[in-house]
Ligand binder design. Sequence first.
Ligand code: SF4
Length: 461
Amino acid sequence: MSADKKTISILEERRAQVLEVGEGTTGTLACERHSVAGAVSQRACVFCGSRVVLYPIADALHIVHGPVGCAVYTWDIRGSLSSGPELHRNSFSTDLREMDVIYGGEKKLRTCLLELINHYHPKAAFVYATCIVGIIGDDIDGVCRKVAAETGIPVLPVHSEGFKGTKKDGYRAACDALSRIIGTGDTSDVSPHSINILGEFNLAGEAWIIREYYERMGIQVVSTMTGDGRIDEISRAHGAKLNVVQCSGSMTSLAKRLKEDYGIPFIRVSYFGIEDMAKALYDVADFFPDAPEIMDRARTLVTEEVSALLPALEPMRRDLAGKKAAIYVGGAFKAFSLIKALRLLDMKVVLAGSQTGGPEDYEQLREMCDPGTVLVDDANPVELSKFIVEKGVDLFIGGVKERPMAYKLGVAFCDHNHERKIALAGFVGMLNFAREVHLSVTSPVWRFAPRFAAAESGDRP
Ligand code: SF4
């Protein structure tokens, strides 16, 4: 790929999804569109969207009804740590082949389900429909219903045929499946000061950090959806008094449904960075005015954590001051917190984009970002590379698909997505994040990158 900005341009059909923030910029950034064919979007498919949301439920069977490739592609895609069972770490597939496509795969699905349920005794089973299942028209609802009746556990179809929309449609299909479990459990011992944590996937232990904060405040966490998830906890989620939604792209539809069906209100939070983490605790405490001691405990917790954290950040902040960062994440809400956290480290954000942001998200991003910052929806590698080179980025924050791009361009990288192994949520997460960023940006390896050679010769791109 050429790094010469003069040779890279935006596809005509993509122009409305790219915008440079400027003084008095008006107009909206186009978003929530299907990816442009040939643009090689960074987005995953509908099925992958469902899989990443449901995958952390550790005591359930996850079976991918389709060719083996769909299952392999998403196998162990997230850290999704479990404090108990690890059934989710297996990737089961019906391995549909040519004859199944011709004669149908329902029989094979039933056989696989019965065999796996008898062998592993899961609490529930999720059956993911892939592209080919949508094409051949297998009745997975019918198979799931019959196997559920035979085995006595919930067997839930997930309508996630890869071609039928964007990754966001996969989130909705996952939320549909979750809503069929919620409401089936006993809520008699649920506290009047209780919450569900939605949109936290415990990639590297974050759900444990957040849960511990809320428990220190005297809040009961009924369920976490879906990090370190358990079917029994999810079945009782309708007993909680408040839903606290982090990954808004994936879980807002479920929160809205729980509001309609059970009258449970929801708030949007982020657990990333000092400011947003503290707000997430205070907002929950605010919701329970009948228990002022919850707010008192929240204040004590925040004071203790922040006073330990700030001095530890200071030396890294000095080294990072003025460095430029590019952010490309799944949901736009995460980008807001990243911008604030990078500002705390005295860094400047020059590119911010997401796979699934909505119009309100991008409007907020535009208000937050400095003039000259590029905003981009549903980007592709060519666009991201172009802006990284043009803006002279020092740090790229993204996921597995963005990492090789950064390294090829000789840019420091921080994984803020599914595959990371270090917890980045909470106050301790902010310290981990700063360390990651600092280590990568100040690494001596970048002096060998071609862009520095170009800079030294006075030709920095
Ligand atoms: S696009 Fe279709 S075939 Fe490809 S991984 Fe997704 S579900 Fe499977």
